[in-house]
Write a protein that binds this ligand. Sequence first.
Ligand code: 13P
Length: 290
Amino acid sequence: MTFASTRRLAAAARAGGYAIPAVNIVDQLSLQATVAAAQAANSPIILQTSVKTLKVVGAAQLAAAARIAADAVDVPVALHLDHCPDRAVITEAIAQGWSSVLFDASDRGLDQAWAETREVVQEAHAAGVDVESEIENIVGVEDGVGSDEATHAYSVDTLLEVANDTGTDLLAPQLGTAHGLYTANPTLLFERASEFASRTDIPIVLHGGTGLSADDFARFIASGTSKINISTALKLAYLHSAHRHLVAAEASGKWEPVKLFADQVEAVTATVTEHIDLFGSRDKANGAAA
Ligand code: 13P
């Protein structure tokens, strides 16, 4: 099936009391494994690419691989560009058929972030593409984008005013999480998530999913977040399985690339399946609007 709308998947998840896993894939193997896990669990899924992945693998190649994978299954699959401050890359992703983009304007001051988000929404909507917006920064560096310092922070009122004015489809506010592995216990802002959800129908996105507990996820979902981003956990599963394979290959003297790929697919599939179950999206494919 053709790509689903990220906004509609997240809106259906909010209504249904679950969240859609938004998984950062890094290549064709992790992409296929993620879609296979979604199909096996009858779950909607959002494939995300960082700007770095888009540049290294190639936008056309990624979009084609995602389309082939999505066409082969009957669960809804969206293709989303993660944190992108670069307007030229947004334009490229829209041209290549991404179904949604995260315009990350958190490195700009409020007035500029507001004006540019409005322009990006107009450009994307003209092509039928949804826009997630981030104007206050979620701490942590994700594939070279972002900052470890909180550089811009706004009130809920301001974030909602900008989101409503610009026509934002999904909103990524600071909820106390951070990208990457936690070095200290985060202060999670469940009440802030609830306040957004009680004041707007715009789906709320939770970044920095790796390292949160099952209880944290359940509380964020109960608070109304319905797209949850997972990147580092996938990278670790992918590379640790490769490492284990290569150590064993060295010991046995048997070097079989295709067996390495199979191990990586198995590890990514298991990690995505685990998050589908944590987020409650198993067997929700039919209720999710495509
Ligand atoms: P983690 O790397 O902490 O899972 O965060 C993923 C993310 O929020 C991608 O935007």
